[in-house]
Every structure is written in C-alpha cells, then in structure tokens.
Design a protein around this ligand. Structure first.
Ligand code: BJW
Ligand code: ZN
Length: 274
C-alpha cells in the first residue's frame, strides 16, 4: 500500500503531540554534522580500505593491528566530536516524554560514536556497540570494559602510519584484557555477527508497540536494523523520516523531511532555539 508522502510540519506535530509511545531509530547521518563520516559515501574509506571490509571478524583475524588502526582513528574522531542539534533535540524530546505521564520515547541507534549518550539520551539501545568499549576475545572471559585511551596503545600514536606499518605492529603492542591478558577487540557488532537475542527481541517489541517511529539519517541497508521501521509502516502506523536524500525512502513512510537533520529535526520537534 502506498500512502501520500507529507512534509507538512503541522501534520507531523499534531501526530507527535498525540503519540504516547515513540520509537526513534538513528543512523550515521545523525552524526554527519558533528564531523563523523557516514559509511556509504565518500567518507566510507580509510587508508584505501573500504570501512565495510574492515568491520568483520575475518579482517580482525587476518590483521588485528590493521583493524585496531582503523578503530584507533575512528575513536579519536568520535571522542573529539560534539553532539549536534539533532542529538540534543532527541535528548530533549526524551526528557519531555519522561516528564509527561503515560508517554515514553526509546532511541535505538546504529551508531557507535556515543554522541546520543553525551547529548543526554538515557533510554537508548546502542545496537551496534560502542567505540569507547572493548571486549576480550578469550571465549572464557569475554569481559567488556570501558576504554577511552587515545591512542589505544602507544604503538598507535602516529596517525600517519601506512597499511604496511600498521600490519607490522607486534602482538605484544596490541591492547590486552585487564583480567586475563588476552587480546581485546572493539565492542562493535561486525558484519555477519549475531545480535544479542534479548536486545533484538526488545527492539522488535518496541517496533510492534510504538505509535510513531522517527527515522533519522540511516540508509536502511543493514539487516535486521532496517526492519523495525518497516514493521511500523506495514501495519499502517506513522513513520517520519529525516534524511538528506529522499531517493532511498520507502513509499509507505508517511512523512519525509529532506535536508540536514541538525536543522530539519529540531524544527519539526519544535525546538528552534536549541
Ligand atoms: C543524512 C545526513 C544529514 C547523511 N542529515 N541524513 C551478505 C554478506 C554478509 C552479511 C549479509 C549479507 N547480506 C545480508 C547480510 C546481513 C548483514 C547486512 O545487512 N548486510 C547488508 C549491508 C547487505 N547484516 C549483518 O551482518 C548483521 N548481522 C546479522 O544479520 O546477523 C544475523 C542475525 C540476524 C538476526 C538475528 C540474529 C542474527 C550485523 C550488521 C552489523 C553492521 N555493523 C555496521 C558496522 C559497524 C562497524 C563500525 O561502526 O565500525 O554498522 S555496518 C554499518 O552500517 C554500521 C552502521 O551502523 C550500519 C548502518 O549504516 P547507516 O547508519 O544507515 O549509515 P549509512 O552511511 O549507510 O547511511 C547514512 C544515511 O544518512 C544516508 O541515508 C544519508 O543520506 C544520510 N545522511 N548526512 C540527515 N546531515
Ligand atoms: Zn579477558
């Protein structure tokens, strides 16, 4: 079923105001205006590697130092970035909902940059992990710890290292688990890895229960995160999408707001003076 697409702020606001249960799903585009490159676009390369090919278990097994080089670079950018107005607007919306009895907003982000948390979002699921956490690779340990070290170890202090130099970093110089001294990896969900079953079930429930889904800055290419908004739209409930690029949007998303979400989202939510 195809419905007429709207970009009418007043109609959106009226649905927003009557919604009791909102699900927000964000992707890389929400952080683009904070200077963090999106995945599918010109910024999706690092040292001539496609970022998608480094975000795999195989790449890490082949060369943990190369993959750590990539994440060392990403961590530095994310830790130095500041939440933009879109992050701040979503944190403000959550607070408003929290203070209004019987209303609830939950944020599912595919982003690993931590900017929603730093903007003040609390009811948040970081579906693909977090750059500031590391996970032990020892199957008998698997402990997850907060790690804000930049560089991740002294071996990564030179930002200009070539692929060959990175590949030459010794195992002894890679980051290790504080409990068992095994190699740690970024706590990120890589391609082909399974989501935590309980987390995924919770996301599915949120999609079943919400009366409005707000989709911000995602290409909707990654399965199964791309299914949540479809669940909402396919059952006739409202999806409002905020994206730079209208082309990839689905016909049965009721609203589409085109443009940089640091501008369009605060405006649509009624926060013009952030
Ligand atoms: C703006 C803007 C502005 C820009 N304002 N908008 C073949 C081989 C292997 C796997 C598969 C396969 N076929 C299918 C699969 C499954 C795979 C998948 O979906 N692949 C597809 C890509 C084909 N999925 C998986 O492997 C997942 N696991 C899985 O399915 O397990 C099986 C299972 C299922 C169910 C239950 C149990 C088990 C895991 C996927 C994990 C993905 N992780 C990544 C990498 C993290 C690494 C890292 O960050 O270092 O997460 S992939 C990458 O894509 C990252 C993102 O979170 C994710 C989504 O991307 P996102 O956020 O949409 O970004 P972009 O760049 O694509 O789009 C940006 C958008 O913003 C654009 O639309 C712009 O227009 C817009 N924009 N500026 C507003 N200012
Ligand atoms: Zn360990």
């Amino acid at each position: 079923m195809s419905v007429k697409r709207l970009c009418d702020i007043n109609s959106f606001k009226s649905i927003l105001n009557s919604s009791k249960n909102i699900l927000v799903l964000t992707g890389a585009g929400v952080s683009a205006e904070s200077g963090i490159p999106v995945f599918r676009g010109p910024g999706g390369f690092w040292n001539n590697h496609n970022a998608m090919e480094l975000a795999t278990v195989n790449a890490f097994q082949r060369s943990p130092s190369l993959v750590w080089g990539f994440y060392n670079f990403r961590r530095k950018i994310a830790f130095n970035a500041k939440p933009n107005k879109a992050h701040v607007a979503l944190a403000k919306l959550e607070k408003e909902f929290e203070e209004s009895p019987g209303r609830k907003m939950t944020l599912i982000t595919q982003n690993v940059d931590g900017l929603h948390v730093r903007a003040g979002s609390k009811n948040i699921i970081q579906l693909h992990g977090a750059l500031d956490q590391v996970k032990c690779t020892n199957p008998n340990c698997r402990v997850i710890t907060l790690n804000m070290n930049v560089p991740i170890t002294p071996a990564f202090s030179n930002d200009e290292m070539s692929n060959e130099e990175l590949a030459g970093i010794q195992f002894s110089e890679l980051p290790k688990c504080q409990l068992c001294n095994s190699l740690v990896r970024p706590h990120i969900l890589w391609f082909g890895e399974s989501y935590n079953h309980n987390v995924l079930a919770r996301c599915g429930d949120l999609a079943e229960q919400c009366d409005l889904c707000i989709l911000v800055g995602t290409s909707m290419t990654v399965y199964p995160a791309n299914q949540f908004a479809l669940t909402v739209a396919d059952s006739g409930r409202t999806v409002a999408e905020f994206n730079l690029n209208p082309e990839a949007s689905k016909d049965n998303f009721k609203f589409f707001f085109s443009g940089p979400c640091g501008i369009t989202l605060p405006h649509a939510l009624g926060y013009d003076n952030l």
